[in-house]
Each structure stands twice: as C-alpha cells, then as structure tokens.
Design a binder for this molecule. Sequence first.
Ligand SMILES: [Cu+2]
Length: 153
Amino acid sequence: MPRSPSVTLFGTALLALAALAVHAEGSAVSVSDAYARAIPPGQPNSAVFLTLNNPSGQPRALVAAASPVADAVELHTHIEEGGMMRMRRVERIEIPAGATVNLKPGGLHVMLIGLKENLQPGGQVDLTLTFDDGAQTQIQAPVRKVEAMSIHR
Ligand SMILES: [Cu+2]
C-alpha cells in the first residue's frame, strides 16, 4: 500500500475543508448545491445555479458575484413577457431570515457573460459571492449538463 501519497491527499483534503469553513464564517448565508451549466464550444454565456440558506434572524441579500472564467457576472431572474421567458438583471437576490432560496434553471441564476474558457462537464467554475453585509463566500461550482428544456420551464 502506498501510504504516504494517501496521507498527503488526506491532509490536502483537510486543508481544503478548513479553507471552506473559514470562508463560510464570512457570511451568515450558506451556499450549497452549486453547479454551472455546460455549454457547447463557442457560446459566450452560461449560468451558475445554487442554493442559499439564511439561518440567521436577519434578512440578507446576495448583491454581487465574480468569477475569473467570465468578463462579467450578473445576478439574473426570468420574467414572463408576452408568453416568452426573458432574462432580467436584478440588483440583489433577497434571502429572508430563516429562508432558503433556490437559484435554478428558468428562475434566478448567476449569469456568466463573455466566457474566457469552455465550460465542459467535469470542469469547475470558481465563484465569489458578495452579500449585503459585505461578507464574501468563495465556492467552486462543478460544470454539469443541464437539459435545455428545463431552462425555459
Ligand atoms: Cu441570465
């Protein structure tokens, strides 16, 4: 059994977990189930979906997002206009006290505009989320295939 490599891997995993824990302390809001939508090569935009949970007694809001993979990152929602679902930029995504808010295809999402690299399944997107209290949380969203149908539901 090659012991030292697995010990090293274990140590690295612990360090990664510790790093995540430190970031999580930055905000009362926890972020989970993040994933980025895989796109065919050549398409300029994509989106990240995730779950926000605010266990505190204070309302919070997601006010900004940033990622090294895109020229610009915006907070978006979908609205119905004349029977068509259109994306609309929003200034903030409210997370009421004690509430869970799901960003999902066809609804709220983090928009990646002007991709600098292809988002292929198996890849990862680094994302920094900024909340209205100034706290920042860094996450890694795995790239996944999302059925096109669900985007317009
Ligand atoms: Cu969008």
